[in-house]
Design a protein around this ligand. Structure first.
Ligand SMILES: [Zn+2]
Length: 299
């Protein structure tokens, strides 16, 4: 029966995705992300300004029925809309599904009192992914990361560390980071708080050095704050693997853009979406990647 819960979560995630599109589309660097002046008022077409009817605002479905075009002016609409809605829907099912398996929670939807802290943990993690998604969209559009989103991510990181510091029936040894027992190999501390602080420090330090070396051309201070907050959320060595993956993805992406002549060496590419892709792959596949790598050498 759990699929009904997942279906409800997915549909709720789709509508959250719709809201994220509005937030990202109406964001202006001079204003706060959640400025009521930006968020009030009905949705309209960004090209002809016509107000949208309710049936034009159904996540994904409306985009498919209208073949990705505005009903009135026929202007092609950005693929950002259905992609963000779909990603948001996926976040709402992937986080509970993967996390309950990772932490060995047998019956996720039992609503047993021993799982209350786990539900709180899931909510915080869904919010983390939503903030990462919002940062990715805004950075792709504006090449900047709003400070308040990095601060929100940092606060969520502190809450994650606090939840993990208290003994819970679902939190077992080797659950400290997503790399499980590989933490022992790379981290000097097996203490939750020390480990996450180290993740934040090394994440920020690495990109801070890159800024100094490149004299600010490679990335900005917002990117360093993103690495700091994400390092706090992930801990060490997870943030190290995420950074390594981000460089591999960024290199591959850069080569593709150069080969297809979409960009030249002088163009900027947004840092946040690529870094966050590295982070997300680390959360879901980090253990498998490191395990596979070591098994190549029969370790
Ligand atoms: Zn239009």
């Amino acid at each position: 029966m759990s699929y009904i819960y997942y279906l409800i979560l997915f549909l709720f995630g789709l509508s959250v995705g719709s809201f994220l599109n509005v937030v990202a589309l109406r964001y202006q660097p001079s204003r706060s992300v959640f400025d009521p002046r930006s968020l009030s008022g009905r949705s309209n077409c960004p090209y002809c300004r016509a107000k949208l009817e309710w049936f034009e605002l159904i996540p994904i479905i409306s985009f498919l029925i209208q073949k990705g075009k505005c009903r009135r002016c026929g202007h092609r609409l950005s693929f950002q809309y259905p992609v963000v809605e779909l990603l948001s829907g996926l976040i709402f099912i992937a986080v509970p599904f993967y996390f309950h398996r990772f932490y060995g929670v047998l019956n996720l939807f039992s609503f047993d009192s021993s799982l209350h802290s786990f539900y709180g943990f899931l909510v915080v993690w869904v919010l983390v992914f939503i903030v990462w998604l919002l940062i990715s969209i805004i950075d792709s559009r504006h090449y900047l990361i709003p400070n308040e989103l990095n601060v929100s991510l940092g606060i969520l990181g502190v809450i994650i560390v606090l939840i993990k510091s208290f003994p819970s029936s679902w939190l077992l040894p080797f659950h400290n980071t997503f790399l499980r027992h590989y933490e022992l190999l790379f981290s000097p501390f097996q203490n939750v708080i020390a480990n996450h602080l180290l993740g934040a420090l090394l994440g920020a330090l690495f990109f801070g050095i890159l800024i100094v070396v490149s004299r600010g051309r490679a990335m900005g201070l917002g990117d360093v704050k993103l690495a700091l907050a994400s390092g706090l959320v992930l801990g060490w060595p997870d943030i190290g693997l995420a950074t390594l993956l981000a460089f591999i993805f960024g290199g591959a992406w850069g080569v593709i853009l150069l080969l297809t002549k979409k960009k030249t060496m002088r163009d900027k590419i947004p840092f946040a979406p690529i870094f966050i892709l590295g982070v997300v792959v680390t959360v879901f596949f980090g253990f498998g990647i490191v395990n596979g790598y070591f098994s190549l050498f029969n370790i």
